[in-house]
Design a protein around this ligand. Structure first.
Ligand SMILES: [Zn+2]
Length: 283
């Protein structure tokens, strides 16, 4: 989750001078423009990470652009390493040779050193304030941001003849809500994902937004581990939450609903699978 990435940058690199390189070579110019600058701010917005760097006096061209904008896409990821070059966070790589590291950022020396690399991202570029604003202007409300405006998302939903489950995946409606959340939040709110946007009441939207914000924030607090089930709805006696117990609906087609026992159904919606409980989400 991008908000988890932002939090790690905030804790580990903000305020520090960063050495930048592009081992893979595809970001050579950008890395050269970032090298030696200080990370001053981190912002997550939907699936976009904005890292702000100091701008050297008199800088021009790429060195005058304050933001590094990264969108991971489906396979991209950051991997963090401690001073001993041991990986501490991020998906493990099998047989990695390092040649696909788009960016390598390092801060500190000796035991205080920390580094992070980026692989597989669909966007990694330097942008100025205007370009950053343009990206933001195309994004809907992000349930994880305190400055989010759920009313603007509802205004779009209320005008739409698309299904709720499709609307929740549109980044210009709700920024950052992925496949898991578009299933689990409507379940918690008791609304079927097939409901057309224009038929969602303000009260239902308010409940949906609250659940989206709640389950996404809980995942950020768990370092990105997605769990929506309450303890009471999981099998007793398991201390760690097992993957198969983490969700009410996600990837549980044909299994029993944890709340009412009805078989969970699934169908394609908006190019991806959606799951729902016909009893808990009657319409
Ligand atoms: Zn149910």
């Amino acid at each position: 989750m991008v908000h988890v990435d932002a939090r790690r940058f905030e804790e580990r690199m903000r305020g520090r001078v960063v050495r930048a390189s592009s081992p893979q070579g595809r970001f050579d110019d950008g890395a050269a423009a970032l090298d030696g600058r200080t990370l001053t701010r981190t912002e997550a917005y939907g699936k976009n990470l904005f890292l702000r760097f100091s701008v050297p006096r008199g800088a021009s061209g790429p060195r005058a652009k304050p933001w590094l904008l990264v969108h991971l896409g489906l396979i991209g990821g950051w991997r963090w390493y401690d001073a001993a070059a041991r990986q501490t966070d991020g998906r493990r790589l099998r047989g990695a040779d390092g040649s696909n590291r788009r960016v390598l950022l390092q801060a500190g020396r000796g035991e205080h050193a920390v580094s992070v690399d980026l692989r597989g991202a669909i966007t990694c570029r330097l942008v100025d304030d205007g370009e950053a604003d343009l990206v933001l202007s195309r994004l809907g409300a992000d349930p994880l941001r305190a400055d989010a405006d759920p009313d603007s998302a509802y205004a779009t939903i209320q005008r739409s003849q698309s299904a709720l489950g499709t609307l929740l995946l549109r980044q210009d409606v709700v920024a950052g809500a992925g496949l898991i959340w578009r299933c689990e939040a409507p379940f918690l709110a008791g609304v079927a994902p097939q409901r057309l946007g224009r038929d969602v009441s303000a009260q239902e939207w308010s409940a949906l937004w609250g659940h989206l914000a709640g389950i996404m924030a809980a995942a950020v607090d768990r370092g990105g581990a997605e769990v929506t089930t309450l303890r009471a709805d999981r099998p007793p006696g398991t201390r760690r939450v097992r993957r198969e117990d983490a969700f009410y609906l996600f990837r549980r087609g044909g299994e029993r609903c944890r709340v009412c026992g009805t078989r969970i159904r699934s169908e394609p919606m908006g190019g991806r699978t959606v799951w729902w409980c016909p009893t808990c989400q009657p319409g």
